[in-house]
Structures are given as structure tokens and as C-alpha cells.
Design a protein around this ligand. Sequence first.
Ligand SMILES: CC(C)(COP(=O)(O)OP(=O)(O)OC[C@H]1O[C@@H](n2cnc3c(N)ncnc32)[C@H](O)[C@@H]1OP(=O)(O)O)[C@@H](O)C(=O)NCCC(=O)NCCS
Length: 136
Amino acid sequence: MALTWLFAERSTGNIAAYMSLIADAIKLSTTEKELHNLDYPFKTIPAMKIAKLAVSGPYQEKYSGIGSLMIELSAHIAEACNDQYFACRFITVDADIEHNWSVIEFYRKNGFIPNDEMNNKKRKVISMRKDIVIQD
Ligand SMILES: CC(C)(COP(=O)(O)OP(=O)(O)OC[C@H]1O[C@@H](n2cnc3c(N)ncnc32)[C@H](O)[C@@H]1OP(=O)(O)O)[C@@H](O)C(=O)NCCC(=O)NCCS
């Protein structure tokens, strides 16, 4: 179950990219919580997950920044949820390293860091998070 956003090119109507969002929760260690100045008594913290994110090949060449734009939009959606609907502190992703290891770099450039607590098993994805609260 997911809610999918489609991004179409205005002039042609072609689908250039999509992103699917779902509710999530992540487990953080005490050290990880300290990193975010998160004084929260529970181990599991509410989050919103980007379950799918992709830009069509020709549009990756035609325009740069569509992937980053979708992440920016997801941050605005998470902020709107916090303002009006439900609390969520992080945006999460499972970076698919099976098909492309370097995709982690894309997420790092967009403010994501790996979740130590959730990456202790051998997996085909790297669980990552982005704090939507701007720290001073
Ligand atoms: C990953 C993906 C969504 C990135 O979208 P994009 O529109 O090409 O990314 P952006 O143009 O916003 O890139 C932002 C930065 O990340 C870098 N980057 C993008 N994709 C990267 C990759 N696969 N590996 C390393 N760096 C990457 C860009 O070079 C750019 O760096 P810069 O700011 O220093 O110039 C897109 O390449 C894609 O759809 N890939 C196939 C599907 C996929 O891997 N989805 C993620 C699964 S978890």
C-alpha cells in the first residue's frame, strides 16, 4: 500500500518521475538519538518513508535535479503532516544498493545518513534517514 506522486512534463504530459510515500517508524540507538538532540523515551520514532523514487532515464539526461526536487517535496509533505495531521520526525529510505551502490551518494547529498541500528544485518538495501527538523 502506497500513495504515489507522478511528475509529468508540462509540455508533453509524459511521466518524468515518480515517488511513493508510506507511513513508517524507525528504531534509533541512544547515540543516534543524541545526534538529533532527540529527547524521546521510546526506541521507535515516527517517520515517513519514500518507498519508491525514480526518474525516467531520458529525463535524468534532459534535466538535472528532479530526484532532489522530489525529496524536497517529500520534506514539505512531512512538515505539513506535522503541522496538521500527525507527527513524524524523519524521512526514511531503503537505498537499493543491489542495483546501484552509488545511489547512497545521491541520498547523502540530499541530507540522508545511514541508520546504524537497522543496518546490522546483511541486506540488499541500506536504511537511511533525514531529519526534517533543522538543527541550530
Ligand atoms: C537516484 C535517482 C532518483 C536520482 O535522480 P536524479 O534526478 O538523477 O538526481 P539529481 O539530479 O537530483 O542528483 C543530485 C545529486 O546526486 C548525484 N547523483 C544522482 N544519482 C546518483 C547516483 N546513482 N550515484 C551517485 N550520485 C548520484 C548527482 O550527480 C547530483 O550531484 P551534484 O549535486 O553534486 O551535481 C535517479 O538516478 C534514478 O531514478 N535512478 C534509478 C532508480 C533508483 O536508483 N532509485 C532509488 C532507489 S532506492
